[in-house]
Write a protein that binds this ligand. Structure first.
Ligand code: CMC
Length: 431
């Protein structure tokens, strides 16, 4: 008897079934043969929020949450953050291999020369209220791009896919910067093709009155590293949205807009903002013991924001890199006064039995907000700063899905809990 199978006995019928195990999974569709009668639909899996369901096979990003490992196409995140650049990582995620110098040069050239948006996009963005959240502007504007590039609907055409992906990666910083400038009531700054991906973005954010604004190389490198760390994280909420929406064969702008929308939610892209608010609320290191006591007792439903992760049950490998980057940034910008509170909180939490027992370690969001704030970004821009690099992951995952012959339009089943069939009641007969 083969050992890589699962034997199931249905106690309702006494029948036994043998189901193959592949890659540590059973195909839940194989459960459909398990029936109590011929007209029974067959057994299904019930898994709200996909806690234990693999939705795809993917060769892009590997995570081992217990060991704190994150790898893009096999390369450890620590090595990429140390030695690579964001556009090199983007090439790697999209193509599976690190680029040769010539391939990187071509890719950089392409991305740099697609940074401009149609002038009507600017007009469109002007239509938002003065206080519109930049993330709401980003989601809507990315969706609107499908109206500017009707050729994007040819999702089976590799050449078309590649040009849309280049456009998305290239235009995302422009739209992000425009949404920031709109909220500040400042004029939009056009992209500067002489600058790097990150320096161009920072220039579009910061330039005012003069074209001589120079990005500090330490800050440029710091944001580049943060972009590397945020580029992909396998099947998270926003990536699952992109794959699900994309599975209808809609164009990638519409699919990626759904990813931006998912990232807008406070449980996904908004946690670093919550960390900052928490640190401000604590206010001083002397208040930390009282705060920890409240978290542990569940008083006011307080949580130690920036701690804990659904997948990582040890130190989030991205948090380690970010902590180092934070110190480099503060050497330039001056120390964020909240850092002292963050370091002390971390020290206490890593020793406290409550957090140790529950395997609650700092995650990617614990230090990133402090860096963004030191660089002068308002909290509303934090999820936007996440969306720019994650666009690469969304595009790589979207294309992998499009090319996967096993993928079909996403269409989960449900367990129906509503009323059984009943006859319509005329209006005058209703109570
Ligand atoms: N502070 C205090 N207690 C916590 C925390 C926290 N940050 N996180 C989890 N716990 C407790 C929780 O109360 C539960 O305790 P008990 O067993 O006594 O009921 C236990 O730890 C297990 O928690 P859980 O809610 O079952 O864990 P989860 O995997 O469902 O939640 C999480 C993961 C990230 C939503 C959660 O840890 C959390 O809310 N953390 C704070 C928010 C945050 O930092 N989010 C950023 C995530 S990283 C960004 C990304 O990758 O997208």
């Amino acid at each position: 008897m083969p050992t890589d199978t699962l034997t199931i006995t249905d106690n309702r019928t006494g029948k036994t079934y043998e189901i193959p195990i592949e890659n540590g999974c059973i195909r839940t569709h194989a459960l459909r043969q398990i029936k109590v009668s011929n007209d029974d639909f067959g057994l299904m899996g019930y898994d709200p929020a996909f806690l234990n369901t693999a939705n795809c096979k993917s060769a892009i990003t590997f995570i081992d949450g217990d060991k704190g490992i994150l790898e893009y196409r096999g390369y450890p995140i620590e090595q990429l953050a140390e030695q690579s650049s964001f556009l090199e990582v983007a090439y790697l995620l999209l193509n599976g291999e690190l680029p040769s110098p010539k391939q990187l040069e071509e890719f950089q050239f392409l991305v740099t020369h697609h940074t401009y948006v149609h002038e009507n996009v600017k007009t469109f963005m002007d239509g938002f209220r003065y206080d519109a959240h930049p993330m709401s502007m980003l989601a809507s504007t990315v969706a609107a791009l499908s109206g500017f590039y009707p050729d994007a609907k040819h999702t089976k055409d590799e050449q078309s896919r590649r040009i849309q992906i280049t456009r998305l990666i290239a235009k995302m910083p422009t739209i992000a910067a425009f949404s920031f400038r709109h909220s500040m009531g400042q004029p939009y700054i056009y992209p500067d093709n002489e600058l790097s991906y990150v320096a161009n973005f920072l220039a579009m954010i910061k330039r005012i009155g003069t074209s001589t604004y120079k990005v500090h190389p330490t800050l440029e490198r710091a944001l580049d590293v943060l972009f590397i760390l945020h580029a992909d994280h396998e099947q998270n909420c926003s990536t699952t949205s992109v794959r699900t929406v994309g599975s209808s064969e809609v164009d990638p702008y519409s699919a990626v807009a759904s990813g931006v929308a998912a990232l807008y939610g406070p449980l996904h892209g908004g946690a670093n903002e919550a960390v900052l608010r928490m640190l401000r609320g604590i206010g001083h290191v002397s208040k930390i013991p009282e705060f920890i006591k409240q978290v542990k007792s569940g008083e006011g439903e307080k949580k130690l924001m920036g701690f804990g992760h659904r997948v990582y049950k040890s130190y989030d490998p991205r948090a380690k890199v970010i902590k180092r980057v934070a110190h480099e940034v503060f050497d330039v910008t001056g120390k964020n006064p909240l850092l002292e509170i963050a370091l002390e909180l971390e020290k206490i939490a890593l020793q406290d039995e409550y957090f140790v027992k529950r395997k609650l370690y700092p995650n990617v969001d614990f230090y990133s907000g402090l860096i963004y704030e030191a660089m002068g970004f308002p909290v509303e821009m934090f999820p936007v700063l996440f969306a720019i690099p994650r666009t690469v992951g969304w595009c790589a995952q979207w294309e992998e899905m499009v090319k996967d012959p096993e993928q079909k339009i996403a269409r989960p089943r449900q367990v129906f809990t509503g009323s059984t069939r009943r006859d319509y009641v005329a209006m005058d007969k209703r109570k």
